[in-house]
Write a protein that binds this ligand. Structure first.
Ligand code: AMP
Length: 262
């Protein structure tokens, strides 16, 4: 892999890297196409990284189809696919890891202990194996993208991280290799996830728009907070208090509403 990249460099090609876990779909396709447009030598990596799985059965059942993946890469004009096995990536006990604190603490980090350490470490290894100019990551995994961006800055990886918008099925479901594992009944239900996000977006926007279209009003803040700590809401599970302060001329007005989430 190093030799291929070095040879591309001698031809003055820029290197684009697209790390994946395989079972490629049009979400990965968007990353690969973008890399193809923006760089001269595109490397796809295909590696189901064991260290980022918190549940052994999730790792075992993760879809794998290397032949289809290589054909997909070829169709998209990818220059090289790097598909190491676990022994090649982790020949011995791994004693070094990358921990991006803060941004990795909550949400996926909380529900999947060790997940982001596994992700950051394997991506750091891939950045060292494939010294790319640009590396492409999907916004579908928004927290992962933020973790990688912070790691690249903090550890001075000379690579530009390029975010790519989420690709969805016609019914709104975000494309994912794991969608293959849904039963037909589960697949029928799954689009409600995106519908819920859109409903939340609409209600937040509707609230803000009512205020922002009134030229006499300047909004100082408009937030959803924990009703006890007044910290930004951690989980939409419990009640939240929507709080706002506005200026109407030289008068400052505040108000709030407790929203019980049923
Ligand atoms: P994965 O193979 O699921 O680890 O994903 C590899 C890369 O593709 C990650 O940067 C993902 O965020 C990105 N990706 C996966 N699904 C999508 C999607 N539906 N739209 C855009 N990017 C995606």
């Amino acid at each position: 892999m190093r030799e291929h990249v070095a040879s591309a460099r001698t031809h003055r090609l820029t290197i684009g890297l697209v790390p994946t876990m395989g079972a490629l779909h049009e979400g990965h396709g968007a990353l690969l196409r973008r890399a193809r447009e923006e760089t001269g030598y595109v490397v796809a990596t295909i590696f189901v990284n064991p260290t980022q799985f918190d549940r052994p059965d999730d790792f075992q059942k993760y879809p794998r189809d290397i032949d289809a993946d290589l054909a997909f890469c070829e169709r998209l004009g990818v220059d090289a696919a790097f598909a190491p096995d676990a022994k090649e990536m982790y020949p011995g006990e791994i004693m070094t890891s990358v921990d991006v604190t803060g941004v990795s603490a909550r949400l996926e980090g909380e529900f999947r202990p060790g997940h982001f350490r596994g992700v950051a470490t394997v991506v750091a290894k891939l950045f060292n194996i494939i010294p790319a100019d640009r590396a492409y990551f999907g916004e579908k995994d928004a927290q992962q993208l933020a973790v990688i961006q912070k790691m690249a800055v903090d550890l001075n990886f000379p690579v530009t991280i390029v975010p790519v918008p989420t690709v969805r099925e016609p019914d709104g479901l975000a494309m994912s290799s794991r969608n293959q594992r849904l039963t037909p009944e589960q697949r029928r239900i799954a689009p409600v996830i995106y519908k819920a996000l859109c409903a939340a977006e609409r209600s937040i926007q509707a609230g803000l728009e009512l205020l922002s279209v009134v030229p006499e009003i300047q909004v100082e803040y408009f937030e959803a907070v924990d009703p006890t700590t007044f910290e930004p809401v951690e989980k939409m599970a419990g009640p939240v208090r929507i709080v706002t302060a506005v200026r109407l001329g030289d008068v400052r007005l505040i108000d709030n509403l407790l929203v019980s989430i049923r």
